[in-house]
Write a protein that binds this ligand. Structure first.
Ligand SMILES: [Fe+2]
Ligand SMILES: [Fe+2]
Length: 256
């Protein structure tokens, strides 16, 4: 994807410039995307058993538990930080994050993404209580989910925006792969038109827009607050560290 190069002010940190693709790039550099790629390759090699599906879906639920509220809160915090500096245009920057929250809250074209995920799981024979149980999730998914709760709400806005940007960068790659994997094996009984497949179909359609909006958001945010680049990158890296652990753990528990 093409990157928006954002020049940071002199002394703003090592490198003196930040390309949004550094957030994508840091996926590779820190191994998070490699861990996801390994997991996805194994996921495409055979259908999961019911116990493995429970572990996978419960882990994704624990990981994402606080993201929906978190990104809505980030959109508001972002607007509050920018508005004093850009009174007439500040809302536009928070709106890029709000746009992703609108999908999550089911305000555009589907029910909430939590409902989509639970109905997807139910079709696979995994009940909502089984998906909700933290005890069914891997430990690092629980840890990442808990960290996200704090990061979106209590860390500085730039840090939280870095977390969000990295999360969009990884989620587009998750859903592109999972969309194909769950259509591939007849044991899953999905077709593109299966109503319960909407969980993957909606993300397959909308995640590319999210990453595009996030790139624009980060670029415009750093135009206003160029000194916040290092904090933004720190947020992205903290997220990617735990994300890598989570997919390494899931891959080990399911495929090793
Ligand atoms: Fe979602
Ligand atoms: Fe997204």
């Amino acid at each position: 994807m093409e990157g928006t190069v954002v020049n940071l002010e002199e002394g703003a940190g090592p490198g003196a410039s930040l390309d949004f693709n550094d957030v994508d790039g840091s996926c590779d550099r820190r191994g998070a995307m490699a861990a996801l790629d390994v997991f996805n390759a194994h996921l495409a090699s055979r259908p999961l058993t019911a116990a493995e599906l429970t572990l996978f879906l419960a882990s994704m639920a624990s990981f994402n538990r606080h993201t929906i509220g978190g990104i809505a809160i980030l959109a508001g915090r972002l607007s509050d930080e920018i508005l004093p500096l850009l009174p007439t245009k500040g809302h536009e920057i928070g709106a890029y994050v709000l746009d992703a929250a609108i999908d999550e809250y089911g305000l555009r074209e589907s029910v909430t993404h939590v409902e989509l995920a639970r109905s997807f799981a139910a079709y696979l024979g995994i009940s909502a209580p089984e998906v909700e149980a933290r005890s069914n999730a891997c430990a690092s998914a629980v840890a990442l989910g808990d960290a996200l709760h704090t990061w979106y709400r209590q860390e500085p806005v730039a840090f939280a925006l870095g977390v969000h940007a990295a999360s969009e960068a990884t989620s587009v790659k998750e859903f592109m792969a999972w969309h194909d994997v769950f259509l591939k094996f007849p044991q899953y009984r999905f077709s593109r038109d299966t109503p319960q497949f909407e969980y993957l179909r909606a993300h397959f359609v909308h995640e590319p827009d999210h990453i595009h909006h996030t790139k624009t958001c980060v670029s415009r945010y750093l135009d206003v607050l160029p000194g916040h680049g290092a904090l933004l990158r720190e947020g992205a890296e903290r997220y990617l560290d735990l994300y890598q652990e989570m997919f390494y753990e899931l891959d080990t528990l399911i495929f090793k």
